[in-house]
Design a protein around this ligand. Structure first.
Ligand code: A2P
Length: 272
């Protein structure tokens, strides 16, 4: 089973979770119930994914105690501001049928709006109220992080960023380490685009594991939090079966060479 990462506010977050970006609402219940049945205890959704209701149904159907689960959702860009986040989280909680989330993230800095500092202050309030046990951000660059930390004295517990072997984010990981921010990888498998990479398939063959398992193991061994997505039960199980092998230094050296500034998603400085 996956280890927990200790966050800078004292909370414990499973290092391996289940992501549901691009899972339609009417499939999210089954996917989440399957994932929890397979052993996942952390689920990552967002208001903009449009599947919080399905996720909530899946959580309920799985029948695991709320205290054993770690549920993340995110504030969408059009709800940023001083007070809107308070309402937006209420709406997310209703859809999820929960009275708190374990982690609430500002989804994008949306720097053209320049409201992420006020939004962060609202998240600090939500944490004080207990509706979000931990708070963090997603897709923030170092200058965005510095601004919210300087303005509030509150450091995000987590920054969830695009991160996979082709976009290894060394500078961001160093910044996070200096500030005690946990790094969470979105699209840990590069949206599936890394699965036929020859170097990764060679490592997989050597360990008699799948390429997906090698990539996810790489995230874990680098101290990252990973949230792979799949809607197929065998893959949901495969992506959780990571605890009977270990990459060696030559595997890690091979994978280190794949870093190529290979961003798949939007540029956080432009996206709003
Ligand atoms: P599917 O949902 O059809 O199973 P990421 O988490 O990096 O965004 O990657 C998700 C993509 O990778 C999805 O297209 C998913 O497809 C695919 N995927 C996830 N796990 C596996 C796996 N173990 N083997 C092959 N493809 C996978």
């Amino acid at each position: 089973h996956p280890a927990n990462i200790k966050l800078n506010d004292g909370a414990a977050m499973p290092q391996l979770g289940f992501g549901v970006w691009q899972v339609p609402d009417d499939q999210a219940g089954t996917a989440v119930k399957t994932a929890i049945g397979a052993g996942y205890r952390s689920i990552d959704t967002a208001a903009i994914y449009g599947n919080e209701s399905g996720v909530g149904q899946g959580i309920k159907a799985a029948g695991v105690a709320r205290s054993e689960l770690f549920i993340t959702t995110k504030l969408w860009n059009d709800r940023q501001g001083a007070t809107e986040p308070l309402k937006a989280l209420d709406e997310s909680l209703k859809r999820l049928q929960l009275d708190y989330v374990d982690l609430y993230l500002i989804h994008w800095p949306a720097p053209k709006q320049d409201r992420f500092v006020e939004s962060w202050k609202a998240l600090v309030t939500l944490k004080k109220e207990g509706r979000a046990r931990s708070i963090g951000v997603s897709n923030f660059q170092a200058p965005h992080l510095s601004r919210i930390i300087d303005a509030t004295g509150v450091t995000p517990a987590v920054n969830q960023i695009e991160l996979h072997p082709r976009l290894q984010q060394k500078a961001m990981r160093e910044f996070h380490a200096r500030h005690g921010i946990a790094t969470e990888s979105w699209s840990p498998l590069g949206q599936g685009k890394l699965l036929d990479d020859p170097a990764l398939t060679a490592v997989a063959k050597k360990h008699r594991k799948t390429t997906a398992q090698v990539i996810l193991r790489w995230h874990l061994e680098n101290g990252l939090i990973a949230i792979p997505k799949s809607t197929h039960e065998p893959r949901i199980r495969e992506n959780f079966a990571l605890f009977d092998f270990k990459l060696d230094s030559s595997d890690l050296a091979q994978i280190a060479k794949l870093d190529a500034n290979g961003r798949i998603g939007p540029d956080p400085d432009r996206f709003s």
